[in-house]
Ligand binder design. Sequence first.
Ligand SMILES: Cc1cc2nc3c(=O)[nH]c(=O)nc-3n(C[C@H](O)[C@H](O)[C@H](O)COP(=O)(O)O)c2cc1C
Length: 401
Amino acid sequence: MITHSRDLSIEFCGVRFPNPFVLSAAPPTDDLDMVRAAFEAGWGGVVLKTTSVETEPVDLVYPMMSALHHGGQRIVGLGNIDLISEHHIDAVEKRVATLKQEFPDRVVAASIMGSKKEEWQTLVKRLEAVGVDLIECSFSCPQGSMGEEPGAMLAQSLAASERVAGWVKEAAQRCPVVIKITPQVTNIVKVAEAVQRGGADAICAANTIPSLMGVNVDTFVPYPDVQGASTYSGLSGPATKPITLRTLAEISKNVDIPITATGGPVTWRDAVEMMLVGATTVQFCTAVMHYGYDIIDDLQDGLAFYIEDKGFEQPADIIGRALARIVSHGELRRDVKMKSSLIEERCVKCDLCYIACRDGGHQAISIDESTRLPKIDSEKCLGCRLCVTVCPAEALTMVEK
Ligand SMILES: Cc1cc2nc3c(=O)[nH]c(=O)nc-3n(C[C@H](O)[C@H](O)[C@H](O)COP(=O)(O)O)c2cc1C
C-alpha cells in the first residue's frame, strides 16, 4: 500500500470513503474475486453491477463491445450493448456480506433495477439486511422504464423518476439512496430536481450515452456486428468526459445534493476536473476495462500531489471550486482582445496552424519562406484559438493584444 502525504478520505452522504475513487456498476464489479482484486489494489469503493429480483430475465448477446478508434487511439469511446448483471439479488446479497466482512473499511454499494414498486423495495430491504453501505438505483437502463414508454429510460420521465425515488426511499431504513440518471434528456436539472423531490440522498451523473458506434462500409452492418445486425450502444470512455462535466456543473449549480460522477475519467486530472465542478466521488469503468485496476496507484498519487501542491488539506476542499467560473455566454467579457503567439523553439513546422487558420479561421497565419515558421498577423488574428487547439507541439499560446 502506498503512503500518501495527504489523507484522501472523503465523506459522501455520511459514508466515509478511503479515497474518492470508485468502480462503477459494470463488468469490473460483477465478480467477487474481481472486486477483491480491486480492493486489494486500493480502490475506495465499488458499485456492484446492477442487479434485479430472481424472476427478472436478463438475456445478454455477444459480442457486446465496440469502440470509437481515432488517430491511433484504440478507445476514444467504448460502446456496449450489455444489460444489467446476470447475477440476481440472491448472488449479490452473498457478495455484499462477504465483501463487508473482508474489507470493512471499503465502501460496498449495490446498484439495483426493478420493474415495479414491490421489486424496488424488496431489493432495498434485502441489500440493507446484508450490510450494504449505499444503494444506487439505475434509472438509465432501458429495461427499467416501468412500461411507460417501452425502450425509454426511467430518468427520461420526471414523474416516474420522482415516484420511483420515493418508493426506494420509503423502503430504505439505513442506507443513503443514490439515483443514477442519464445525460440523454433535454433538461438535466429538472431530472435532478425530480429525484431530489422523491427524496434521493445523492445523484450519480450520468451514464453512457445512446450511440451508434459506426457502420462497416463493406457489410453495411453497424458495430458491434451480432450475426449481421446491430443495435444502439451505450457510449462511455474519454469521449464522454465533456458531457459529464457539463452535466455535473448544471446539476451542482442548481441542486443541493451530493453527486458521484461517472462518464469518461481516465486520469487523476479527469477526476479532479469532475470534483472541481461538483462531484464528491468519481466512478471509473472504461479506463479500468482498458488499463486495469492498477490505475488506482496513479489516481491516488496524482490527487495527493495535487492537493498538497495547491495548498489544500483534503479532497473535499476542491469540490465545486470551478463552478463560479461557469457563467452564461452573455456574461463573458468582451473588452479584452487576445491573439495567438508563437513559442518558436517548440514549433515543429508542420503547417497545421497555417492550414487551420487559412481554411477554418481568419487567414491570419502565413509561413515565413526563409525560416518555415508560422507568422501571425496581429491585425487579422481575432484570437479564436483554433491554431492553439490543432498545434501538436504546444507551440502556440494566447496573449493579450
Ligand atoms: C460493459 C458495460 C456494462 C455496464 N453495465 C452497467 C450496469 O449494469 N449498470 C449501470 O448502472 N451502469 C452500467 N454501465 C455504465 C458504467 O457504470 C458507467 O456509468 C459508464 O461506463 C460511464 O463511465 P466510464 O466512461 O468510466 O466507462 C456499464 C458500462 C459498460 C461499459
